[in-house]
Design a protein around this ligand. Sequence first.
Ligand code: NDP
Ligand code: GDR
Length: 373
Amino acid sequence: MTKRALITGVTGQDGSYLAEFLLEKGYEVHGIKRRASSFNTQRIDHIFEDPHTDNVRFKLHYGDLTDSSNLTRILQEVKPDEVYNLAAQSHVAVSFESPEYTADVDATGALRLLEAIRFLGLEEKARFYQASTSELYGLVQETPQTETTPFHPRSPYAVAKLYAYWITVNYREAYGMYACNGILFNHESSRRGETFVTRKITRGLANIAQGLEPCLYMGNIDALRDWGHAKDYVRMQWMMLQQDEPDDFVIATGVQYSVRQFIEWSAAELGITIRFEGEGLKEVGIVEAISGEDAPALKVGDVIVRIDPRYFRPAEVETLLGNPAKAKEKLGWEPVITVQEMCSEMVANDLKNARRARLLREHGLELPVCTES
Ligand code: NDP
Ligand code: GDR
């Protein structure tokens, strides 16, 4: 029997990789996409199947985590074996600007899905994955963080995700549902949203190197994160739903680096040696040396990184480091792609985009380069 999966957030970074992964495994994959005034399916266009053809295995449904009746109807129609709840207002800084909306989508949204599964009597059939997060640890109580480290969320996003975490545990305990939390540490890729720090850096520096932008404006570059590759992490989301018993798992690499280091690596990928000078808001990143031909717009001494207080958060998560021992032992999971390999992939992708934009500009076919991030 072909297994059927329903993915909320299918148009996002993880949703797109997970959809690819499940299609390769032979699943029929249903995704929920939001109505938008412009196309929002760039990450999944390559796996789109014309609904007019036979044996379509990838199907999209309009929906929103704020709309219970819509979720209930989709679940009733699809009757999935596995539900992956990846949809969220996922930007921590934005959650301070839109706390109520973030709670509605990220906290109540998870409840709406779980309750719809129960209401339809699907709780014995449908296995449920909740996209939980290392942001739950926030002000960390223990390093490295494990499944038993106490939580102390530091943003409206993290507080909303705390509710989603516990409501998932609660439905497992109260109704015997196969419901799991993946407590995932930061994971990135060339499909990462442009306003998350890694992508902002790789895209920003590639644009600067090609003369499309003058400078990268950053917030707290001393923040430490445990970064992995999204492809490794979606494999784990599926593995969690294939066990005999439901459980919660930390997914991380067990290594942490600073945002500053990620800037240095990304610059090095472009042949730029960067030197940081000054302190606090006055700190700048200066080009110290250039090799190769990827940064034709730059010269030694150019200031290409500055600090902008706009990108500091009202409450910061300074450091995160996960211990994935349980996932390794119980599921045999290990990340394959290193953070340096990931950085290299991301810079190569953004350099290709920047070169294309520069060529268009040179031929008078200029595309706007959005620097707001
Ligand atoms: P993205 O921001 O790339 O994707 C979020 C997805 O949710 C998009 O498809 C978005 O749609 C959709 N979405 C947003 N709001 C709604 C809504 N109201 N109703 C329905 N869909 C909605 O996130 P990632 O792929 O990076 O992350 C996936 C999940 O994992 C998220 O829940 C995130 O919080 C969580 N997480 C992510 C980590 C990471 O490092 N990437 C780490 C730990 C947890 P649209 O494309 O239209 O915007
Ligand atoms: P995070 O990711 O908040 O950890 O949440 P993000 O990449 O936004 O920030 C990581 C760290 O970098 C610092 N930082 C900046 N961040 C952004 N976005 N822009 C900047 O200019 C900047 N300068 C410094 C931040 O302050 C922070 O410390 C991500 C999301 O994917 C969540 O959905 C997910 O739950 C967690 O990872 C795990």
